[in-house]
Structure formats: C-alpha cells, structure tokens
Design a protein around this ligand. Structure first.
Ligand code: ADP
Length: 190
C-alpha cells in the first residue's frame, strides 16, 4: 500500500500515519520528521532547512524530493508506506509520479483529512503546550499562520490534482481520532 495523507498542519496526519504503521506495517515517511532529524544532527540538509522551517516556509523541492527518492529505495518499506507531509506542491507531486513510474508502480490512494482552519490554531497551541521546552520551532502563532497560508496556496491544489487522477478519498478530520482511523480504514477497504 502506497498512500499519501494530505491535510493542513494540525490535521492529525502524524497520529493517523502512526496508527496505520502499528496496525498494518506500512512505514510512516514524514518529511517534517526527517528534516527535523537532519537539523538536530547538523547535516548539510539540516543547515539549509533550519531557518526556512522555523519561518513555516517550504524547503526547496530538490531537497525533499531527494530525501524521499532515497528513502523509498530502502528495503523496510517493501510492505508499503504512508507519505506524511510530502508532496506539498504540484511540482513535488509530479516528481513523485515520475519516481513511481520509473519503478513500474503508482500510488494506491491519497487520503485527505478535511479540517477547518478555525480549530487548527487551538490544536497546535495544545501540542506546543504539551511539549513545552522541546516545542517545535514552528509551533508558534506567526509560523503557523505562514504554514496555513502555504498549505492553502501550494498544497491544497493537490486535492484537485489527485481527484483528477481518481486517487482521492476524503475523510472528516474534525471527528475524534478513533473515528478518523475508522473512516480511513473504510476508505481504503482495510
Ligand atoms: P506540519 O505540522 O506543518 O504539517 P511538518 O512536520 O510536515 O509540519 O513540516 C514541518 C516543516 O518542514 C514545513 O513547514 C516545511 O518547512 C518543512 N517540510 C516538510 N515537508 C516538506 C516538503 N514536502 N516540502 C517542503 N518543505 C517541507
């Protein structure tokens, strides 16, 4: 199963991806987590990405496309994977399509977690409070506002992109976490 979870920051992509990973063995591939690990390790990629991420902007396409291209070659993703936070714009989606085509395969589905902007700020403030001290550099009001703008301008067009390819499944991300999981499983026929 090769899957994308699509939705705004705070939609619950990470939580749902982890659950699917635990239950079905599909590996969660979060470009945000990978980039944060690169920042923490002080790699070249990390140095390039740190300030951009703190502002809530997108890291250059070639950086994230390169990270994903390398990652999906690893043997541990053989059972399938869940892309969380990638692709984030049409150019990345096209690069992914090309990558998969080159391997003679394609995506199984794209699951959109639909959530109103109005509750995202509260969710992310909650997450920042829970992780006080170790809070993410971009979980503050200013960076979040930027992340939401970037989502609407660059990432939301992927909804139409994947709808046009017949891949899109939409679930209600405003429901509680268990219900969202059930809706995702139903949408995927799991
Ligand atoms: P969010 O909770 O906002 O969805 P992520 O953990 O997915 O956060 O991403 C955090 C930051 O990492 C983004 O704001 C961006 O700077 C960078 N990033 C993650 N994935 C990508 C990507 N596919 N393309 C460009 N930048 C990315």
């Amino acid at each position: 199963m090769k899957l994308i979870l699509l939705g705004p920051p705070g939609a619950g992509k990470g939580t749902q991806a982890k659950r699917l990973e635990d239950k079905y063995g599909f590996v969660q591939l979060s470009t945000g987590d990978m980039l944060r690990a690169a920042v923490a390790a002080g790699t070249e990629v990390g140095k390039k990405a740190e300030a951009i991420m703190a502002r809530g902007e997108l890291v250059p396409n070639d950086v994230v496309v390169g990270i994903i291209a390398e990652r999906i070659e690893q043997p541990d993703v053989a059972k399938g994977y869940i892309l969380d936070g990638f692709p984030r714009n049409v150019a990345q989606a096209e690069a992914l399509d090309e990558m998969l085509k080159g391997k003679g395969t394609e995506l199984d589905a794209v699951v959109e977690l639909k959530v109103d902007d109005s509750i995202l700020l509260a969710r992310i403030e909650g997450r920042a409070a829970e992780t006080a001290g170790g809070a993410r550099a971009d979980d503050n009001a200013e960076a979040l506002a930027k992340r939401l703008t970037v989502y609407h301008e660059q990432t939301a067009p992927l909804i139409a992109y994947y709808k046009g390819k017949g891949k899109l499944k939409t679930v209600d991300g405003m429901k509680d976490m268990d219900e969202v999981t059930r809706q995702i499983e139903a949408a995927l026929g799991l």
